[in-house]
Design a protein around this ligand. Structure first.
Ligand code: CP
Length: 334
């Protein structure tokens, strides 16, 4: 394994192998496995879980890591090509990324969607431009439409909870005052489809996931024996659900248009998930969310603090899942 960019780059069996390795490293730690190895982490956008779980995971395998957050003690980094760099950015990714890569054995990059041009974001133009600058093992820490580390951890969480392979997972849009990226929503539907689940995307009008994301997940579902459909009918979506995965995302009908997006979401504050949403679901239906979550905006306090919520378990699983990724990437290079 040389790169961990998108779950779609791997077979179902390869991902199950990674999850099994994560379980093994949890049960039988290997504190010297990556001794002498260095992981670089470049965060073009903020993080809590991804930065901390990667650093902790690398240390638990005996390796070291460094974190660069451009503009916070290091130069701001320009990502656009062909611009006159007379603004705040003193460094360009064309130099910055290869320089960082030369100091480490594997590099992780977080670079969110610009949220202006849907086609460019769906094409992962910004992440791909950085990825081609380096030869070293590369990890996607969340790009425009992908968050494979989150989804690998979520798959592990679903397995641990005993959610049936063909169980029903509802990805529900949740309210947020601003337009958020599509990455977790896209990764989640793809992961659940690959796992073989009955996936239902519940969204208000104007917030349908782009066909490129749906079509990709449909192909994964066809290969795994799962299914995928979309609806705006909450009762019908939640009926018999094993899992509800809440996520906030941008209006795709008004992508890149801040004012129109704000207008579209203004009347949707009732898309704050609470216990009443689960009336038609299974009694043991779980609530998932990748975090961070705005309490009482996207999800109600009582739901997050109640027995349905597995958000802390999901967050914990980031660490062993990523340890498995690091192990595969860096042990192989020896
Ligand atoms: N879920 C997730 O990636 O969290 P952070 O943005 O805090 O890393």
């Amino acid at each position: 394994m040389r790169r961990f960019i998108d779950l779609a780059d791997f077979s179902r069996d390869e991902l199950l192998g990674l999850i099994e390795l994560a379980r093994r490293l949890q049960a039988r730690p290997e504190p010297q496995a990556l001794a002498g190895k260095v992981l670089g982490l470049l965060f073009m956008n903020p993080s809590l879980r991804t930065v901390a779980s990667f650093q902790s995971g690398m240390a638990r395998l005996g390796g070291a890591s460094f974190v660069i957050t451009p503009g916070s003690g290091t130069w701001q980094i320009e990502t656009r090509d062909g611009v006159v760099m007379n603004g705040t950015a003193a460094e360009h990714v064309r130099e910055g990324v290869p320089v960082l890569a030369s100091y480490c054995d594997a590099l992780g990059i977080r670079s969110f969607a610009d949220g202006k041009d849907l086609a460019a974001d769906l094409g992962e133009h910004k992440f791909a431009a950085m990825a081609k600058l380096i030869e070293q093992p590369l990890i996607n820490l969340e790009s425009a439409v992908n968050h494979p580390c989150q989804s690998l951890a979520d798959w592990k969480t679903l397995d641990e909870l005993g959610i049936p392979r063909h169980g029903k997972l509802v990805l529900s849009w949740a309210y947020h005052p601003r337009a958020l990226p599509l990455a977790v929503a896209a990764s989640t539907v793809h992961m659940a489809a690959m796992r073989g689940m009955q996936v239902v995307v519940l969204q208000p009008e104007g917030f349908a996931l782009p066909s490129a994301i749906i079509d990709k997940a449909q192909r994964a579902a066809a290969a795994s024996g799962g299914s995928l459909r979309t609806t705006s009918d909450r009762r019908e979506a939640l009926e018999g659900a094993h899992v509800v995965y809440a996520k906030e995302w941008a209006s795709t009908a008004h992508y890149g248009n801040e004012a129109a997006d704000a207008d579209a979401r203004r009347s949707l504050t009732h898309w704050c998930l609470d216990e009443s949403w689960f009336a038609e679901a299974r009694a043991d239906c779980r609530l998932m969310h990748c975090l961070p979550v705005r309490r009482n905006v996207a999800v109600a306090d009582r739901l997050l603090d109640g027995p349905r919520s597995v958000v802390l378990r999901q967050a914990y699983n980031r660490m062993p899942a990523q340890m498995a990724v690091l192990y595969r990437l860096l042990k192989q290079t020896e």
